[in-house]
Design a protein around this ligand. Structure first.
Ligand code: M6R
Length: 369
């Protein structure tokens, strides 16, 4: 069942090219146009929505945060991401013009189920993005878009995360197509770029020996900080969550821009800081701002570990370790930048002798509120 891997976690990390490819499969026609037949919500209703709320917990909520950047950019619909367990208790404004998108690997997370039920009672339309056929959240939603990552056995989520981002992007493109926010040619280009992602993930996996070596050398680490910006921000938080869950190391993910508003006080000699650097071809100045952040923490003694795009030489000078990911468009980068962070956490946990499939105190699906 583990396909020769010592753990489900390693197998599932290595399953990721397939998880993304399967989630894309059958969702565009021969001409490369998007076909999302399973969204059985009346197109007139989807045209009239004026707000999207993404509901999820844990890793799934980070996938939602990544997707928010793409959905708002492509569809021009105000989009919020909220932790399911916070949502219901703040008397949220939800009506028939609100689209609720829930993200859940298991489809059984009680907090998310209760939040979806509540939103439906208020008249909202609900679309579930889910990895488990026939589970409760999809059954209680108006429509479902399945991620086809295959069964995820390890308690910490990996391949479901990449599949969720992929599916949420497809939903964003579908809405943009329906509402006329993007030209058909633009949608085809993005789909073509998405189709190249599985091979790029495979490249990241094939080049993972260096990051594994680094992880093994850091088994005594007490705390690691992760920085990112734009879509790299939720990726940083996901990297931190993986390290907490698997290696029981204190870890925090910050928006790099927030550094000087407080977290920089944490930096002392030897503090490891992992930085997810945006593409130099992305939004103006974001790249150089993050490179400045690397310099700032380095100047205060941080051990800087950088995930950057292939060919980005500007980071070398300030980084003790650089791991390159293949070039891709900025919004698709999380499908690549997350992978070295998962490998880092998994390898470090194994170096400490921990069970990476069954971390202490955690359950695969949280079916109580
Ligand atoms: O099944 P779900 O996607 O609804 O689960 C949500 C979280 O419980 C889950 O992502 C959790 O955070 C994992 N332990 C992350 O690795």
């Amino acid at each position: 069942k583990k396909d020769g891997y010592p753990s489900f976690m390693e197998k599932e990390i290595n399953d990721q090219p397939d998880a993304v490819a399967q989630t894309l499969l059958g969702r565009s026609d021969i001409d490369g146009n998007l076909t999302l037949d399973e969204i059985r919500v009346d197109p007139a209703v989807l045209k009239s929505i004026n707000r999207i709320i993404v509901l999820a917990c844990g890793t799934s909520a980070y996938a939602g945060q990544v997707a928010r950047y793409a959905i708002e950019h492509w569809c021009r619909i105000p989009t919020e991401v909220e932790l399911s367990h916070e949502f219901r208790y703040r008397d949220p404004i939800v009506d028939e013009n609100t689209l609720i998108v829930s993200l859940s690997q298991s489809g059984e997370t009680m907090d998310t189920l209760m939040a979806v039920r509540y939103a439906r009672e208020q008249g909202a339309k609900t679309v579930a993005i889910c990895n488990t056929n026939g589970s409760t959240i999809p059954r209680e939603s108006d429509a479902v878009l399945y991620t086809h990552a295959g069964p995820e056995i390890a308690v910490a989520s990996t391949k479901a995360f990449l599949a969720q981002i992929t599916a949420a992007y497809l939903l964003g493109l579908y809405l943009a197509q329906l509402r006329g926010n993007l030209f058909q040619g633009q949608i085809k280009d993005i789909l073509a770029e998405l189709a190249k992602t599985p091979a790029k993930i495979a490249t990241v996996l094939a080049n993972s020996e260096q990051i594994k070596e680094l992880a093994r050398s850091m088994a005594d680490t007490r705390s690691v900080l992760f920085l990112g910006r734009h879509v790299g921000y939720p990726v940083a938080m996901e990297g931190a969550l993986k390290l907490k869950e698997l290696a029981y190391i204190h870890a925090e993910g910050f928006a790099a821009g927030e550094l000087k508003h407080g977290p920089i006080a944490l930096i002392e000699e030897g503090q490891p800081v992992i930085v997810v650097v945006p593409s130099p071809r992305g939004r103006d100045s974001l790249h150089s701002k993050v490179v400045s952040n690397i310099q700032e923490v380095r100047a205060r003694g941080a051990k800087t570990i950088v995930i950057a795009e292939e060919g980005d030489e500007s980071v070398r000078e300030f980084a003790e370790h650089v791991f390159y990911i293949p070039e891709t468009s900025p919004l698709l980068a999380p499908l690549l930048t997350t992978v070295p962070l998962q490998i880092f956490a998994c390898e470090l946990a194994m170096a400490k002798g921990y069970d990476v499939d069954q971390p202490r105190n955690l359950a695969k699906s949280v079916t109580v509120e």
